[in-house]
Design a protein around this ligand. Structure first.
Ligand SMILES: [Zn+2]
Ligand SMILES: [Zn+2]
Length: 242
């Protein structure tokens, strides 16, 4: 089993990331990636780029260093009703849209009902392709509801390599992901893989995700990033590649 697509990473315009588009593409190529997404933090994240950045992504070539490039955003989930921080029309025009919870935007200390409800409302938005790092114990989730809603709405759940780093500031990620993967297997729900790289050396780095998948023997057919054909139908831009 080989992962060939990375659906979540950042360049220096995200404000706390350190490499350029070309550096990310070259590093992804070195790791054997065929597809690299660059999903910059949306405008409510302190220090990131603004609305106009996301409206002008059309000008960037979709192949760099032999790697197919996808450009989009990591939206911030802003509240328990699932508000996000870019307009719908802008999201629809991007190749790929991840939506995630971050403390500076969503806050902390919410109940499991509130967090789960926020994810459910976000997944109902057809232009949200992926839920980013649904593994952080600081935002407790009813995983049964999450996985079933992912299936109903055709949203991908992410295995985030950075969450599984020893130094990760996210909490309980391994246990949470094992619980989620168990339910994904039970309900036949696919997952995606994101490096969440903030520097080029981590583009396409799935060492932690790979270990977790091996540990629980998760079926390859439910990992959409082993074959671009499996990933395509979940992207906003899939018609471009038909
Ligand atoms: Zn994130
Ligand atoms: Zn990220």
């Amino acid at each position: 089993m080989k992962i060939i697509a990375d659906t979540h990473a950042h360049t220096l315009v995200s404000g706390h990331a350190y490499s350029t588009i070309r550096e990310m593409a070259a590093a992804a190529a070195r790791r054997g990636m065929k597809v690299q997404a660059l999903t910059e933090h949306a405008p409510e994240m302190p220090g990131t780029c603004g609305l106009y950045y996301f409206q002008n992504l059309d000008v960037i070539p979709r192949e760099i260093s032999g790697v197919k490039m996808l450009f989009g955003a990591e939206l911030n989930i802003m509240d328990t009703s699932g508000t996000v921080d870019l307009p719908e029309q802008v999201c629809r025009e991007m190749d790929i849209v991840v939506a995630s919870m971050h403390v500076p935007c969503f806050g902390a200390g919410h109940t499991i009902e509130d967090v789960t409800n926020a994810y459910v409302e976000v997944m109902k938005k057809p232009y949200v392709n992926i839920i980013g790092h649904p593994d952080d114990g600081r935002f407790p989730i009813d995983y049964e509801v999450l996985v079933k809603t992912a299936k109903e709405t055709g949203t991908l759940l992410e295995l985030n390599n950075s969450s599984l780093r020893e130094k990760s500031f996210r909490v309980g990620t391994r246990e949470n992901l094992l619980k989620m993967l168990d339910l994904c297997r039970q309900y036949d729900v696919p997952v995606t893989t994101g490096s969440d790289a903030h520097v080029d050396v981590d583009a396409g780095n799935f060492c932690n995700v790979q270990k977790l998948l091996d540990y629980c023997g998760f079926p390859e057919e439910l990992i959409v990033t082993t074959d671009f054909e499996k990933l395509k139908p979940y992207l906003n831009c899939f018609k471009t590649f038909e």
